[in-house]
Write a protein that binds this ligand. Structure first.
Ligand code: AMP
Ligand code: GLY
Length: 410
């Protein structure tokens, strides 16, 4: 089968790395890809994805990032009868509009934080009267994981309103929830649902969950993040109602549905929906997945997803993201990257890298994902950080506590 993976980050590198090992894959392509992906797939230097798929006569296309989904790539492919894994633009609204996602949660009875949607600074200030501090402010549209501000005081909330509420946009204000956060991702064909293993991301830039939010600074997956009851609870209270509601609304959700869930004292509550696989979550998921992944992806694209569960390796996996100078603010590019050649401790997935005169340099906020497996979570963490210790680029920064929260379950 000829497979095309759309995107150019660590998620897409990890996906290609996994798909390349399948006996069902006869040829693997990525558009636009990156220098790391080029070691396992043929990169097509284009963002005209339909043309790319037609030029290689792709049997299956998988979309990584949210932007092409929100722009309707799945609608475009389906109109041409070309199999693709992902939601239509109408279904991708679950991610591209936080206000829409909240309305869906309300209608479908999915537990989530109490909220108000506002369109002007005056409305925002009035709505704030109904919330305690800290309070959470979210820009309505796509923001690469950076459109959320947790304000500890009225002054901080005021600043957040100015920053996030641009003319013509909307803002969601919501109650601050406490608990452990879990990324719960499923694959669906619009009806059937295949859950992946729960993972845990590390959203803020600094150790101890401090500093501004990022797209994700690291993740782990060890089969112990949720017990069977908690998984069943999330399937029953969140995932099935969401899939059913979207189908009933005439915008069936196909592809990867990602629920960011807070495990609160009152049970799971949804923080956000994404319409795609998470990054860096995919890097640890692909490291632990024992099943062939081509088969369920093909079935999802054809509306024939089986209910046979995926198999997972028992060994935990950990991914540490190495970020560029300035991330998650304005990042510096062009710093040469060293230390990848002699890597045996970990698999290094490329995200923001490019080749400049044959030298690998930084080219984005999240540069690399250093991913390892181990007998225990502690040994997986150790291997990942040993891998990190070999890599250098100017301005490189990373969290030193990835996976630490999981150690208490061992
Ligand atoms: P979101 O993009 O909505 O997932 O928000 C990004 C991050 O902000 C989440 O992963 C949480 O760490 C944090 N966050 C979002 N909403 C809330 C909330 N209601 N209470 C506490 N933290 C939140
Ligand atoms: N790591 C969070 C996300 O992919 O949205």
């Amino acid at each position: 089968m000829k497979i095309l993976v759309i995107g150019s980050g660590g998620r897409e590198h990890a996906l290609c790395w996994k798909l390349a090992e399948s006996p069902k894959t006869s040829a693997l392509y990525s558009a636009p890809g990156n220098p790391g992906i080029a070691s396992v797939a043929t990169c097509l230097a284009t963002t005209d994805y339909l043309l790319a798929a037609e030029s290689i006569d792709a049997d299956l296309t998988i979309v990584g990032p949210e932007a092409p989904l929100a722009a309707g790539i799945v609608d475009q492919f389906r109109a041409k009868g070309r199999p693709i894994v992902g939601p239509t633009a109408a279904a991708a609204c679950l991610e591209s509009s936080k206000a829409f996602a909240k309305e869906v949660m309300l209608s479908a009875g999915i537990p989530t934080a109490r909220f108000a949607t506002v369109g002007t600074p005056e409305e925002a200030r009035a709505a704030l009267q109904e919330f305690d501090f800290p309070v959470v402010l979210k820009a309505d549209g796509l923001a690469g994981g950076k459109g959320v501000i947790i304000a500890g005081s009225p002054a901080e909330a005021d600043q957040a309103i100015t920053q996030l509420l641009t003319p013509g946009s909307r803002l969601v204000i919501e109650e601050f929830l406490t608990g452990e956060e879990v990324s719960f991702i499923v694959l669906s064909d619009g009806v059937n649902i295949l859950p992946l293993e729960p993972t845990q991301d590390h959203k803020t830039v600094f150790d101890g969950d401090t500093g501004p939010n990022t797209g994700g600074m690291g993740a782990y997956c060890d089969g112990r993040i949720l017990d069977d009851f908690q998984k069943a609870e999330i399937m029953a209270q969140v995932i099935r109602p969401a899939i059913q509601h979207m189908r009933a609304e005439g915008r069936p959700f196909t592809g990867f549905l990602y629920a960011g869930v807070m495990m609160t004292a009152q049970g799971p509550k949804v923080l956000e929906f994404n319409a795609r696989l998470g990054d860096p979550e995919t890097q640890v998921l692909m490291h632990r997945m024992a099943s062939d992944f081509v088969e369920p992806l093909f079935a999802a694209a054809h509306g024939t997803l089986d209910r046979a569960p995926l198999r997972w390796r028992p060994e935990p996996s950990v991914c540490v993201v190495l970020a560029a100078a300035g991330y998650p603010g304005t990042v510096r590019s062009g710093d040469p990257i060293e230390g990848l050649d002699a890597m045996t401790e970990a698999t290094v997935f490329h995200a923001g890298t490019k080749l400049e005169n044959n030298v690998l340099v930084t080219s984005g906020g999240r540069v690399l994902g250093v991913t390892a497996r181990g007998e225990t979570l502690a040994s997986a963490i150790r291997s990942a950080y040993e891998g990190v210790g070999k890599i250098h680029f100017d301005g490189m920064h990373y969290r030193t506590d990835i996976g630490r929260k999981g150690l208490k379950r061992w």
